[in-house]
Design a protein around this ligand. Sequence first.
Ligand SMILES: Nc1nc2c(ncn2[C@@H]2O[C@H](COP(=O)(O)OP(=O)(O)OP(=O)(O)O)[C@@H](O)[C@H]2O)c(=O)[nH]1
Ligand SMILES: [Zn+2]
Length: 213
Amino acid sequence: MNPSLSQPDPSSRTQHRARTSWSGTGAVAEPDLERAAAGARILLEALGVDLDDESLARTPERMAGSLAELMSPRPFHLTTFPNDGGYDEMVVARSIPLRSLCEHHMLPFVGTAHIGYLPGARILGLSKLARVLEHFASRPQVQERLTVQVADWLAAQLSPVGVGVVIEAEHLCMTLRGVQAPGTTTITSSLRGVLREDSRSRAEFLALTRSPC
Ligand SMILES: Nc1nc2c(ncn2[C@@H]2O[C@H](COP(=O)(O)OP(=O)(O)OP(=O)(O)O)[C@@H](O)[C@H]2O)c(=O)[nH]1
Ligand SMILES: [Zn+2]
């Protein structure tokens, strides 16, 4: 397991690598783009696509590159600051855009996330709430696991009093194909600490994720 994702780091900046190698979390190894393009060519031809057309000639390479891009989290460092002011109310980043890849169909799911926490001794650089989402979204995923991974990571890295993650997403495998239920979105949530145990804190967090700007 990548130690930077499992252990709180005493320093305020922890580098998070773009690629990870452990199994069971949807993480992927370095891509072999040449082999991926060859595979995409076989797939498209088997599906009856004519790749002789000039416009499609490089489609296998583009397809391989696009999928690899959706599985490539950008590296980021964790930045935290001492909570000198003793801030003890909720910090919530709302409507963070999300794109990920359904691990069953390799089709995108897209939506928004609301991520918040009740600070303890340290506060988090705000952009890191979006960066950690992007980190775990950039791999073949299921929405439930993504939601839990973001909450677990924040709980482990920040030791906050509470953590809340709500994700609402449209799965193209459900809206464009298969059952074809356009407009359906799926909501998942993961709460830790006080946000899970205290009904008023939970209600406050969930209200903040819903209230108009
Ligand atoms: N729980 C969960 N299921 C997902 C997610 N993304 C896709 N799925 C579901 O994964 C399931 C895969 O089921 P299968 O029956 O093997 O696949 P399928 O025959 O293509 O199913 P249909 O989509 O119903 O046509 C489908 O029900 C998808 O809706 C997710 O993030 N979480
Ligand atoms: Zn799917």
